[in-house]
Ligand binder design. Sequence first.
Ligand SMILES: [Zn+2]
Ligand SMILES: [Zn+2]
Length: 810
Amino acid sequence: MIRYDPRAVEDKWRKIWEERGTNRVDLDKAARPFYNLMMFPYPSAEGLHVGNVFAFVGSDIQGRYHRLLGHDVFEPLGFDAFGMHSENFALKTGRHPADLVPQNIARFREQLQKIGLMVDWSRQVDTTSPEYYRWTQWIFLTLYKNGLAYKKKGPVNWCPSCQTVLAAEQVIDGECERCGVPVGKKDLEQWYFRTTAYAEELLDDLDHIDWSERTKTAQRNWIGRSRGAEVAFQVENGPAFKIFTTRADTLFGVTYMVFSPEHPLLAEITAPDHQAALIAYQAQAARLSEVDRQAEGREKTGVFTGAWAINPVNGERIPIWAADYVLMGYGTGAIMAVPAHDQRDFDFARKFNLPVRQVVSPDGRPAGHMDEAYLGPGLLVNSGAFDGLAAQEAGAAAITDHLAGRGLAEPKVNYRLRDWCLSRQRYWGPPIPIIYCENCGIRAVEEKDLPVLLPGLEDYRPDGQGLSPLRRDEAFYRTICPECGAPATRETDVSDNFLCSAWYFYRYPATEFDDRPFDRDRLRKWLPVDLYVGGNEHAVLHLLYSRWLCRALKACGALDFEEPYRRFVAHGLIVSDGAKMSKSRGNVINPDEYIDQYGADSFRMYLMFMGAYLEGGDFREGGVKAMKAFLDRFWAAVLPEEGRPLDEAEPDGETRRALHRAIKAVTADLARFSYNTAIARIMELINHLTKNRVKNREVSEAAVRLLAPLAPHAAEELWSLLGHDGTVFQGGWPAYDEAATLLDQVEYVVQIGGKVRGRTRLPAGLAQAEAEPLIMADPNLAKWLKGRTVLKKVFVPDKLLNLTLKEDSG
Ligand SMILES: [Zn+2]
Ligand SMILES: [Zn+2]
């Protein structure tokens, strides 16, 4: 028998796949299209991370499994190479990203090919190539022309380390998603996408898509719908303003109002003798991040404006304060404060000696004194005509109705989601295709003039003042107006890298077209994506942006569907020897070393075996070697031996049962991404074959196909050694016979006095002590045995129970 030599086998099959185009699919003729998508990587200089390999292999197994099931599987891959990661690394090493990125991509691709993914490399995309970002710019313009992109000045998240603004989704626990530095605020004019336009649809459609539940939950929380009312208050001798509340039932408990320090109305309403204090306070608030401002348990700060509001429910005068715990970006930037029933308001009232008035009581009787805010259910008190109503929903509806009748309130739904801030004051991204003309204002670059090429700047460092590096390139910056021909200037910000990655999967099936971003016919056939596998850390970043963009492009008439992915599955994360992988811990796993030593198939199998794919696993030294030893055993078990060909007959009963049980279990396990248990089932089958020295063609061929999605190179070689010409992936997925998976049953005959009196089916191989009580339990035997004594029993295993009875004396 030929020994299993992974390096020879893997080199051979990668070459054959390439030559024969095994991984390619005819996009136009495919009869059963299945779009198997994995999140494309950012090609870092460090090379492929084992976390990437883990993610890709789990996705590739699905692609290969579906191919064995008879689907035409499209499994493309590309590179997400624009953005700060690449640029920061280039700055650190003194290289230019335009030199660095192609090298990184080449190295990544070489590493990725070694893993044996079923990727059609002829359809690779690279977001930094002009052929690609030309269409990223086209998408920006399409959105702009349809009112879904706009420019606005306001406070934005600013990362002092990356020296650029960030979208709300890219600030995680107050820190920059890229570099981990605390994010501050800056007042800048920026481009936005109107993500809030589809907040409701993005939320409601989560109920209809087949996604990992934790990913859906993360999106629901981020979009953050709250139902309540918008209530109009009047400033005494001043203008009216609106607040949003989910607790209109507590309106009688309002004892002060709070405006965000950034609220535009403050300048107008603040009393002259309070102006200086307000301005000082505004400056102080501007130095804090939103997260710091809202931190739990933080000492409350604020200033009185000297202005008063009138409570619309009872005409009371209420003091108006400015305080930084209220944010401008949420609701209307002003709140009604009900210290008796909101803890933050309670803390604020305590500090500034403002009154606390209870309006909800658990028993309907007001308490004398409150030590903390009461948040529970109860009945309204101190609320005039509304006393006695149930608090929360019923009370809120009644009071809102009452005010609505006077035009002072209306029911309102509020979302936490913000518009997507798209501008980046950095170099390494697609320039935003906009021109500013003194005569014509903001003008879109003409479609025929796309792409707006990113110039090869020598000095591409960010300047830290909010001015983009492209502004320093006069040849880029100066242009002429496409409308009037007058001298004009270009937008010098580039767009957020997350725009590049929000549409890449529409491009894969259209890489040969240079006159359109995507092909409508192809999209109709292949989209929405059938299966998308990726990390849950993208739940409210890439996955939310791409869902929004799909909907937006549909609204613009560019796409025919609203949801980009039919199914999304979030994989788990892997650790190394129980700890998160990091350079400082010295536990970073280099995939190349393992692949060189044991082969890609052993590496793939071990990654899938070390834990549940959806939960993650712990990479242990020695695991890959053990998996190689298993593949050696597999190899020896399924191939004929010297002088001992495979048995061409049906396998024996025990083997048949072991095989069908394995097929059934592996089929179910692959469908639910339970790769570790699937591998354990294959191991059981191989153990059976080895132990019983079974060499059977039907079993060997089925076992090789079960192995194929997990260890594709080895399976191809074994398939070929078993005498097949084509690829194992055209071999079909083995079917199983449900009956064959059950334990074998035998029929016992029961004789009494030499005559057949009963028949019972029982599992084969039972001992007399196990079988006899089961046979005797047959109720039909009772009439023959009633009142008689058994003299003698003869038991023949799997066949017979013969009873001799004492003859009746009577
Ligand atoms: Zn940063
Ligand atoms: Zn003009």
